[in-house]
Design a binder for this molecule. Sequence first.
Ligand code: SF4
Length: 333
Amino acid sequence: MNKETLARKLSSGDCLPLFQMADAVRLRYCGNGVHLRAIVEFSNYCSKNCLYCGLRRDNKKIKRYRMSPAEIFGAARQAAQAGIKTVVLQSGEEKAGLGELFPLIGRIKKELGCAVTLSLGEKTAAEYRALKDAGADRYLLKFETSDEKLFRACKPDSDYSARFDCIETLVSLGFQTGTGNIVGLPGQTVRSLAGDILRLKELAPDMISVTPFISNPDTPFAGTPCGDLEMTLRVLALSRIETPDAHMPATTAIRTLHKEGAGKALACGANVIMPNFTPILYRPHYSIYPGKESIIGDPSVSIRDILKMLEKMGRKVAPGYGHGRRHHTDSPL
Ligand code: SF4
C-alpha cells in the first residue's frame, strides 16, 4: 500500500474487515501461538528528556532505582520457573557503564536457558557489539515516529538520523531487532502514521511494537489527549499486513488504555504478550505513563489471566523461544 492508501485506511472505513485481514495474515505467517516474554524493568534512570515520558531526566517526582544484578537474576529466574523462555531487560537510557549486565546476560542464558532481549536505548556500536558478544539475542529500539519534525519536537536531545543508524547497527551485528512507534503523540497526523508503517515495512524488523501515547501529568505533555484505541489497533493491523512475519506484542500501554486491550490487539495482528516480572516494590517507579496495567499484578496471577483469555480466544501459548522468523533455530542463540 502507498502512503495515501494507508492514510485512508487509518482514517476511514469499517475497521472490522481490516482487523480480520490482519488476524488472517498473523495466522498464516506466525501461527496460532502467543509468545510470552518476561519483562524486567531493572532501572528507571535516564539521561534523556523525551517530552512524553515519565522517566525523563527532568522529572524530579519519581523515585529513581536500579536493581542489583542479584535482584535482576532473581526476577529472571522467577520468569524461567513460570516456563517463560525470553527475558526482556529494560531500562531508561543510562549513561552509566553496562559492565554489570555482561555476566548477567550469560548467566540468564546458561543457567536459566532463556533468550535475552535488551531495551536500553541508544548506545555506541562498540557497546552494542559487546552486548551481542555477551550473548544477547535481541534488541528493542523503537524509532517512536518516522516524522522527523515530530521526532525533534518530542525527543529534543535525540538525533533522528542517529536513531535509525542505531537500528541499522543492531541489524548488522546480528541482533534480532525490534522497533516501532507511538500512536497519538501531540501534533501527529494520519500521514505521519502512514509514514511509520511504510518505514516499518522498509526496515522489516523481527519485532514491531505499536503503543498508544498515554499522557503523563509529570511531563511537558501533561493534560494532552491520549492516543485513540481504535487508531492504535488500525496501525497495528496495517503494520501486520505490511510486515507479515514480525512478532508483535499486545503492549502494556494498549492494555492500560483499555481493559480488554490485550484481547483486541491479539485479534488484529498481535502474537506476543509481555508479563511484568519487575519486583512489585519497583513497579510504581517505572512510570513512563500513569495507570500502568501491570503495576499491582503478581506475575503468576497475570499469567493465569493471560491463559484464560487465550483459551477463550482459541489461542495457546507458543512453545519454544519465539525467535525472529528469519532466525531458523529454536534454541538460545
Ligand atoms: S523514552 Fe526512553 S530515552 Fe526518552 S525519556 Fe523515556 S526512557 Fe528516556
